[in-house]
Design a protein around this ligand. Structure first.
Ligand SMILES: Cc1cc2nc3c(=O)[nH]c(=O)nc-3n(C[C@H](O)[C@H](O)[C@H](O)COP(=O)(O)OP(=O)(O)OC[C@H]3O[C@@H](n4cnc5c(N)ncnc54)[C@H](O)[C@@H]3O)c2cc1C
Length: 410
């Protein structure tokens, strides 16, 4: 049982799960969630998938209703201040300043401010350039699709390729431009990335690989993409899917390590602060799942499973710290997992394939990905990631369970 006012900054999946888990961990004092977006917490993964492909109108309220998280009874008394941004924090005084000029004080603080879409810093018109991070982004893109004749997606990671696949499904000609040799190379490795790219190309999506964007052409609105090898691609609409930036500016000036998200210890306590924890995409923590070497290096994980896992541990930590009792006494070693839908491919991954220096094809044929494949990723001989493509859900549990114990003992 703990009391005191807990403020959660960030009103998305991480913020919602933090509020729920505070209640589950026995915190019965007031909880306030402050979120910059004008919406109650909603599910982000459909934004590049179902929301783009939805044949109905692009009314944000209708689309929000379809992806909003259910509000559980345990958080009925939690105050959600949506459409409000925290602009600064004074952690020594436990005080926050909001963008409407008001202040909030707290006894415990949860950082759940996640990421925002990065934008390309290249010259040219801004009209016609889109990103996909928020519901409002997706609505703006959907509204623009009606007049689009040729789409260029910049970036061939998950958000870029999912967006390309969704727009292709709507019948739009789509070209993906990216600087790597193949799509998904940093996340899944060259062989697997090449196989997925071939699959998408066979379906009609064009890839221009190994080049960057130098500028946008057009007067008033984007009409083309100038590549850094001198070529120009025609484009009436551009989607930039070039990664993300951490929303941590509001924490500056408190002596924290904000070099890549917010550095925390293994219990999600923000290093250098008291009674402050961080959850979700923005938290950078060591994960002993990956052994004494890789696991000791704090990392951020941008997967949907992480806000829930980190919120559970962070809430237990914060409730104990508020009560002055010992916190959890077992190592926090969550198994990251993510999925992606790309036309007829369903990718499901466990662990962190990006950490692998060697991959093994355990099942299937990369030339026929649609028929199903299992690839494992290894580092210094230890398993660090598993990727399943079009594997029936009933078999996924067994693949996930290969991470039941810390990787070092495999
Ligand atoms: C298009 C898209 C598709 C995705 N698809 C998948 C998928 O298929 N599978 C998968 O595993 N993962 C997927 N993800 C990743 C997944 O959605 C994220 O891991 C998850 O949303 C992280 O939640 P979070 O709450 O930590 O951060 P976020 O979702 O980034 O939320 C942070 C919130 O904090 C708010 N905020 C920021 N700064 C402030 C401030 N100063 N004051 C108040 N509020 C603030 C932001 O407005 C935002 O609402 C996808 C992400 C995107 C964008």
């Amino acid at each position: 049982m703990s009391t005191g006012h807990v403020v959660v900054v960030g009103g998305s999946l991480g913020g919602l799960r933090a509020a729920e888990q505070l209640r589950a961990a026995g915190h019965d004092g007031p909880v306030t969630v402050v979120g910059e977006e004008p919406w109650l917490p909603y599910n982000r993964p459909p934004l590049s998938k179902e929301v783009l492909a939805d044949p109905g109108d692009h009314d944000p309220a209708r689309l929000h209703a379809g992806i909003a998280f259910r509000r559980r009874a345990s958080v009925e008394d939690v105050e959600f201040r949506v459409g409000r941004r925290v602009v600064s924090a004074d952690l020594a005084r436990r005080a926050l300043a909001l963008d409407d000029g008001t202040a909030l004080t707290y006894d415990g603080l949860v950082v759940a401010t996640g990421l925002r879409a990065r934008r390309l810093a290249v010259p040219g018109p801004t009209e016609g350039r889109h990103v996909v991070r928020t519901l409002d982004d997706a609505c703006a893109l959907r509204a623009a699709i009606a007049d689009a004749s040729q789409v260029v997606v910049v970036g061939a990671g998950f958000v870029g390729c999912e967006t390309a696949a969704s727009l292709h499904t709507l019948g739009l000609p789509v070209t993906v431009v990216h600087p790597e040799a193949v799509a998904f190379e940093p996340a899944l490795g060259r062989e697997v990335g090449a196989a997925i790219q071939r699959h998408l190309e066979a379906a009609g999506i064009t890839f221009v690989s190994g080049v960057g964007v130098a500028a946008y052409a057009g007067v008033g609105a984007v009409a083309g993409v100038l590549l850094d090898d001198g070529r120009t691609l025609e484009a009436s609409l551009v989607v930039e899917a070039v990664g993300s930036a951490c929303n941590t500016e509001w924490l500056e000036g408190n002596g924290l390590d904000l070099s890549d998200g917010v550095l925390t210890d293994n219990d999600l306590r923000v290093v250098g602060a008291q009674r402050v924890v961080a959850v979700g995409d923005v938290s950078r923590f060591p994960n002993p799942l990956f052994g004494p070497d890789l696991g000791a290096r704090p990392r951020r994980v941008e997967h949907w499973s992480m806000p829930t896992d980190t919120a559970k541990r962070a809430a237990a930590t914060l409730v104990a710290d508020l009560a002055g009792t010992p916190g959890p006494d077992t190592p926090f070693a969550p198994t990251p997992s993510f999925w992606s839908d790309l036309l007829d491919l369903r990718l499901q991954a466990y662990g962190s394939p990006a950490l692998g220096s060697e991959l093994r094809l355990e099942e299937g044929d990369l030339a026929r990905l649609g028929d199903g494949a299992v690839v494992t990723y290894h580092h210094d001989g230890a398993l660090v990631g598993v990727l399943a493509v079009n594997i029936p859900p009933a078999r996924l549990r067994a693949l996930r369970d290969r991470f039941a114990a810390p990787v070092a003992v495999h």
